[in-house]
Design a protein around this ligand. Structure first.
Ligand SMILES: Cc1ncc(C[n+]2csc(CCOP(=O)(O)OP(=O)(O)O)c2C)c(N)n1
Ligand SMILES: [Mg+2]
Length: 282
């Protein structure tokens, strides 16, 4: 099954994302740990990337040399990516029930040695964009036309390595590299505006570093689709999609928790809460 060439209707995308939100809740609650709020903030973007004809991939051949690469640099958002990879056909959906178990290929943070479809191991924040640069440079050297997409977090952007990568990608004019910022305004210990207020103004910073910037609502499928189309046509510079998102989006219990979904950073719903959330996502 190669799902990558097929464009879907907005209703189909919404339905897919709803199902994957259910799986994120189910697997984290069953595991008794994990990151449901980080995973649900990223899931609409991943839905368009994987299921609306953006990313070029073939689950039957995860090592296909001409595939596009997606790196989840905020590697704790693993449950979201696992739901996507199962839906895409990289592995059986049953495996989702083994999240975070010893010996399972689905560890708490993504691991490329264990999970088909995972391009880079992550969890120690700040490294994914640099790995993406390596892959983008390799594409150029190998004369391949694959593209590289890297999702980073706003809290992750505290890491100096992100800005070293920002400069380096611009230096090499890597127009086959797209970063996606999951700008949900929160990180593990609180609002990014308190932990690192100098992150703003985000779009101006990336522009100053030589990147093409697109700013969108990261839960609006039309805007996500348009952003991926726009960056594909940019020549001579890397691009970043600054996506405004909400931690726990689509799960009222998490989304409306205080403060703004971050109560559930690294905290799954309890079984009775999960039951309520799943009923709302039925
Ligand atoms: C280098 C490093 N420092 C600290 C952590 C601990 N940590 C795990 S998640 C997280 C917050 C990340 O926030 P953000 O990038 O905004 O991701 P979100 O969950 O909001 O999507 C932190 C600090 C880590 N994983 N790696
Ligand atoms: Mg964040």
């Amino acid at each position: 099954m190669n799902t990558n060439t097929h464009q879907r209707s907005i209703a189909e995308l919404a339905d897919l994302a709803r199902r994957m939100r259910r799986e994120i809740i189910e697997m984290t609650t069953q595991a008794g740990s994990g990151h449901p709020s980080s995973s649900t903030s990223e899931i609409d973007i991943l839905t368009v990337l994987y299921f609306d004809g953006v990313l070029r991939y073939n689950p039957q051949h995860p090592d296909w040399p001409d595939r596009d690469r997606f790196i989840l640099s905020k590697g704790h958002g693993a449950p979201g990516l696992y739901a996507v990879l199962a839906e895409a056909g990289y592995f059986d959906r049953e495996l989702l029930n083994t999240l975070r178990q010893l010996g399972s290929p689905l560890q708490g943070h993504v691991d490329r040695r264990m999970t088909p479809g995972v391009e880079a191991s992550a969890g120690s924040l700040g490294q994914g964009l640099s790995i993406g640069i390596g892959l983008a440079l390799a594409a150029r050297l190998d004369q391949r036309d694959y593209r590289v997409y890297v999702m980073i977090g706003d809290g992750e952007s505290d890491e100096g390595q992100v800005w070293e990568a920002a400069m380096t990608a611009a230096k090499y004019h890597l127009d086959n590299l797209t970063a996606i910022l999951d700008f949900n305004q929160y990180q593990q210990t609180g609002p990014v505006d308190r932990v690192m207020p100098a992150l703003r103004p985000v779009p101006d910073k990336w522009r100053a570093f030589g990147w093409h910037v697109v700013e969108i609502d990261g839960h609006n499928y039309q805007q996500i689709r348009a952003a991926f189309a726009e960056v594909r046509d940019v020549r001579g510079r890397p691009q970043i999609i600054v996506a405004h998102t909400i931690k726990g989006k689509g799960i009222p219990l998490i989304e409306n928790s205080d403060p703004a979904g971050n109560k559930y950073h690294g905290v799954p719903l309890k079984p009775d809460e999960a039951k309520e959330a799943l009923a709302q996502l039925a």
